[in-house]
Design a protein around this ligand. Structure first.
Ligand code: TPP
Ligand code: MG
Length: 396
């Protein structure tokens, strides 16, 4: 039983599994768009949830695949640079979790915002910073998006409130960004991301409560990757159904390894928070690396567990296979994207290594995006004039 989802060139690909349909471009023999069924969502205090029938165009598929692959490459490169001691300090990798960010980003509109914890290299790239802007930030050099002054945990971009190292602290900040959207009446919302390890913090529940009472356009997103540092979710939490933890706030559980499911759930959530008030979304995912570079990640879980996720649930491989099966891209086209991404990230890596640090006097520039006072406040023993070098405080 195949369904045609558009009347344009309604030829259906053979060999597709039931409930998958594609519209074919006859001349070039590829699907211009396709429809798939995603894994059912779990719902809390909602009568209806996001659509499990998701349509993706060929252009979107190419874009998502490129983004997924670019994030993986950036993280692999960051891991290598760290091992070479070119990146120092903290470094938390996002490999395994790419579909969460790419899916949410695909649903976001220009007025929407995002704030997250410290695993943000991928988000920084998705919010408009080039791979060089991310990698040079990691090497502490001037082409970095914060001119090398922030490092792994402190990257920002327009509508992206970063990189926050205090576990859970970004959640009330995200509610504040949502309050700003409501106050300005611009129709925007904020995605406030936190991990399973942050989900039992008091401030998270305080933020839920205030957001509910004030009907704030905030999506509280729990990225459940199974572990908070070396502690499994089951050991840390009396209730691991994080989508139900908002009490009066409705919740959705979504397969965070499926970019299309995440996109569909986020589209639903955006509509919901703009009309009804806040909502909790749990994206179920997995992190391949240790918590940070100092954690090999194998003392509290088995290598077999990691291998099994890589083989059965990897967000990139599964999306690639689906795209080929649906005729959205050929294996050849996938290879071309892989090679283009590899070249771009390799070039960015070389440039990030060769790049220079900022001069000392630049350390006190761009402290405020708009400097309302000429001096930097509250510095004892120095008088420092504030200067803005970046565009509105942001260097890309
Ligand atoms: C308030 C606070 N407590 C403890 C820490 C130390 N710490 C850093 S990350 C982390 C675990 C967070 O796990 P999770 O929220 O699941 O995020 P993940 O690392 O899995 O992305 C802890 C306890 C911290 N940075 N801030
Ligand atoms: Mg976690």
């Amino acid at each position: 039983m195949y369904r045609v989802i558009s009347t344009e060139l309604p030829i259906i690909l053979r060999n597709l599994k039931p409930s998958r349909a594609a519209v074919i471009n006859q001349a070039n023999n590829y699907a211009t768009e396709a429809t798939v069924e995603v894994k059912p969502y779990k719902l809390h205090r909602l009568d209806n949830g996001p659509s499990t029938t998701v349509t993706v165009t060929r252009d979107q598929a190419k874009q998502y695949y490129t983004q997924l692959q670019t994030i993986r490459r950036i993280e692999t490169s960051a891991g290598n640079l760290y091992k070479e001691k070119i990146i120092r300090g903290f470094c938390h990798l996002y490999s395994g979790q790419e579909a969460c960010a790419v899916g949410m980003r695909a649903a976001m509109r220009d007025v929407d915002n995002i704030i997250s914890a410290y695993r943000v290299h991928g988000w920084t790239y998705l919010m408009g910073v080039s791979p060089l802007g991310v990698l040079a930030e990691l090497t502490g050099n001037q082409s970095g998006c914060a001119r090398g002054k922030g490092g792994s945990m402190h990257m920002y971009a327009p509508n992206f409130y970063g990189g926050n190292g205090i576990v859970g602290a970004q959640v009330p900040l995200g509610a504040g960004v949502a309050l700003a959207c409501k106050y300005k009446g611009n129709g925007g919302m904020c995605l406030a991301l936190y991990g399973d390890g942050a989900a039992n913090q008091g401030q998270v529940f305080e933020a839920y409560n205030m957001a509910y009472l004030m009907k704030l356009p905030c999506i509280f997103v729990c990225e459940n990757n199974g572990y908070g540092m070396g502690t499994s979710a089951e050991r840390a939490s009396c209730n691991t159904d994080y989508y139900t933890r908002g009490d009066a706030l409705p919740g959705i559980w979504v397969d965070g390894m499926d970019v299309l499911a995440v996109r569909s759930a986020t589209e639903f959530a955006i509509e919901y928070v703009n009309n009804e008030g806040p909502l909790v979304m749990e994206v179920c995912t997995y992190r391949y690396s240790g918590h940070s570079m100092s954690d090999p990640g194998t003392s509290y879980r088995t290598r077999e567990e990691i291998q099994e996720v890589r083989q059965k649930r990897d967000p990139i491989t599964s999306f690639k296979d689906r795209c080929i099966e649906l005729g959205l891209m050929t294996a050849e086209e996938i290879k071309e994207i892989d090679s283009k991404v590899r070249k771009e990230v390799d070039a960015a890596t070389a440039a990030a290594k060769a790049d220079k640090e900022i001069p000392l006097e630049e350390l006190w520039t761009d402290v405020y995006s708009k400097n309302l006072e000429p001096k930097i406040r509250d510095i004892i023993g120095y008088t420092l004039q504030h200067k803005v070098l970046g565009k509105g405080g942001v260097n890309k």
